[in-house]
Design a protein around this ligand. Structure first.
Ligand SMILES: Nc1ncnc2c1ncn2[C@@H]1O[C@H](COP(=O)(O)OP(=O)(O)OP(=O)(O)O)[C@@H](O)[C@H]1O
Length: 278
């Protein structure tokens, strides 16, 4: 497997009025090409900071950030991003919103082909028939689907999803998880998902990385045995329940609510590779 994202010993601090705030301290992460990694951790530990570094919107103070073996020097059109708040432009139709990145960073393909791709993506996420609507005519879940298409329109190598489903109700969120599997089956991106939802992490990702409390380092890595599309029933299996128990415990450790060396730590689920990174 070729590594798409390699993060080695990354440190980052923000300069604040109260002095430097150390956010990341010795972060390690490898995402294989075509892989889908979920990053979980306590609130404020530095997850969004990590996404900004991967996207090249900021540079780390120390350590290496590599995409396809090359240092990340700045923002690249090969990285797509979608956030919790979709921010679609009301004066543009849904199709025009999806095509917006192609106007900012022009693609080499002819306009007709670009529009075909945008329409294809909209149909992939179940929004065919809504191309000419305005954002305010769509539900929250539909706007998030459109935002996903916009992030994918450039055929990014890396798709960063920063809590994209966090503001949605439980049913819509589960619907979107299944859409995400369909998209992943059809679009060859490498995914990084930031989430607070552990069920979401094991449903979507093939690996879950737990960050420690701030300053964050990689505390724990869990390989999810199931790959490819799965139905929601999968979340109610003994295997899923064991994985969730392990992850919940790791989050408690990261929050300082459970000791790191705890003999009560549940064993990793069968078939999964779980490892502490103390
Ligand atoms: N531009 C900035 N300047 C100063 N401090 C910042 C800046 N951006 C983030 N921070 C601080 O850095 C820390 C990490 O922020 P970040 O948004 O990366 O955390 P997070 O893990 O994504 O948080 P959450 O889980 O709550 O979304 C927080 O304490 C935040 O207040």
């Amino acid at each position: 497997m070729t590594a798409m994202i390699e993060i080695r010993g990354v440190r980052h601090a923000y300069q604040t009025a109260d002095g430097p705030l150390q956010v990341l301290d010795g972060l390690e992460l490898t995402v294989d090409e075509g892989g889908f990694v979920a990053v979980v951790g306590p609130s404020g530990c530095g997850k969004s900071t990590l996404t900004r570094l991967i996207a090249g919107l900021m540079k780390p103070d120390a350590g290496e950030m590599l995409l396809h073996g090359r240092p990340v020097q700045g923002p690249r059109s090969t990285v797509g991003m979608a956030f919790q708040n979709p921010v679609l432009l009301e004066w543009r139709t849904i199709l025009q919103n999806v095509m917006l990145p192609l106007e900012i960073v022009p693609a080499k393909t002819p306009r007709r082909q670009q529009e075909e791709r945008a329409r294809y993506l909209l149909s992939l996420v179940g929004l065919d028939g809504f191309e000419d609507k305005r954002p305010s005519e769509l539900s929250g879940g539909m706007r998030q689907r459109a935002s996903l298409c916009r992030a994918l329109v450039h055929q990014p190598e890396v798709l960063i999803l920063d809590e994209p489903f966090g503001a949605l109700d439980a049913f819509t969120r589960e619907d979107l998880w299944q859409t995400m599997h369909r998209v992943k089956e059809n679009e060859p991106f490498t995914g990084v998902l930031i989430t607070h939802d552990l069920r979401e992490s094991i449903f979507l990702a093939n690996q879950v990385v737990v960050l420690s409390g701030r300053p964050a380092r990689t505390q724990y890595v869990l390989d999810v045995p199931a790959t490819g599309p799965r139905d929601l029933e999968h979340l109610y299996t003994a295997e899923a329940s064991e994985m969730l128990t392990v992850l919940r415990h790791q989050i408690e450790v990261a929050q300082g609510r459970a000791p790191a060396e705890d003999t009560a730590t549940p064993a990793p689920p069968p078939g999964s590779a779980a490892q502490g990174m103390q």
